[in-house]
Design a protein around this ligand. Structure first.
Ligand code: DGL
Length: 251
């Protein structure tokens, strides 16, 4: 069978990666995507690196049974913990993501940059290296518990969380906020309303989608004739699948 027609496997600890998936569909409308939310094992961001690698291995084993032609880690936390391991172990291309600090650094005008991400992402060596390169003025802002509010579709809870979080900073001096967890992208409008107009907001989704396209093209794996298809799977339950479909339909 022509590998070009095979699906692309995408995963996250839950629904966050659907924000990435939407960008990928915009960029590559003819591809067949299988999205896996590892909801039963969420959150990843408060686990150890070893625990996350263990979870990710199981997800990837499952996706490989579907003959995926490429793997997208639509999760900053799983990237930091497991991308290097997966790249060593797998023969298919692995596309990963990291907090969009580089584009945020380009928006900096002498103020600070708040990098919102999970505790594990912000602790990892991969992130330290990113900070060394682009982290002038950047502050680590771990957000334990925030992904859970997105998973629970708890808008009010998220708003309270964010108000409290931002009250700790002098926002007039914040040039950019990095949404360094794919879940937080679903809170972008809420975050926008809480920040001054001059503060930029960055996330890695569009960059990841473009990278996927480049990698598929380079490997002769672009599906140029397919009709485009998305399937959802989860280690959670029916309720999670329902939320996935709802988010997929939202703007
Ligand atoms: N969506 C994930 C990320 O981009 C992490 C959420 C979690 O499982 O803690 O980092």
């Amino acid at each position: 069978m022509n590998q070009k027609c095979n699906p692309i496997g995408v995963f996250d600890s839950g629904i966050g990666g659907i924000s990435t998936l939407k960008e990928m569909i915009r960029e590559l409308p003819r591809e067949h995507f299988i999205y896996y939310g590892d909801t039963a094992n969420a959150p990843y961001g408060t686990k150890s690196t070893e625990e996350v690698i263990g979870c990710v291995r199981k997800v990837v084993e499952h996706l490989q049974e579907k003959q995926i032609k490429a793997l997208v880690i639509a999760c900053n936390t799983a990237t930091g913990a497991a991308a290097a391991v997966l790249r060593k172990e797998l023969t298919i291309p692995v596309i990963a993501m990291e907090p969009a600090l580089k584009p945020a650094s380009e928006k900096r005008e002498g103020g600070s940059i708040l990098v919102m991400a999970t505790p594990l992402t912000l602790q990892m060596e991969k992130f330290n290296l990113l900070m060394k390169k682009y982290g002038e003025g950047a502050v680590r802002v771990p957000c334990p518990g925030l992904m859970e509010l997105v998973e629970a579709d708890d808008g009010e809870g998220a708003l309270e969380y964010l108000k409290h979080l931002f009250s700790q900073f002098d926002l007039d001096k914040v040039d950019a906020v990095v949404l360094g967890c794919t879940h937080y992208v679903f809170l972008r409008d809420m975050i926008r309303d809480l920040l001054p107009d001059h503060t930029a907001i960055t996330d890695g989704n569009a960059g990841t989608a473009r990278q996927l396209k480049r990698v598929l093209a380079r490997n002769g794996l672009l599906n140029e004739t397919g009709e485009g298809k998305v399937e959802f799977e989860t280690s959670g339950g029916e309720k999670d699948l329902k939320l996935m479909r709802k988010l997929m339909q939202s703007e």
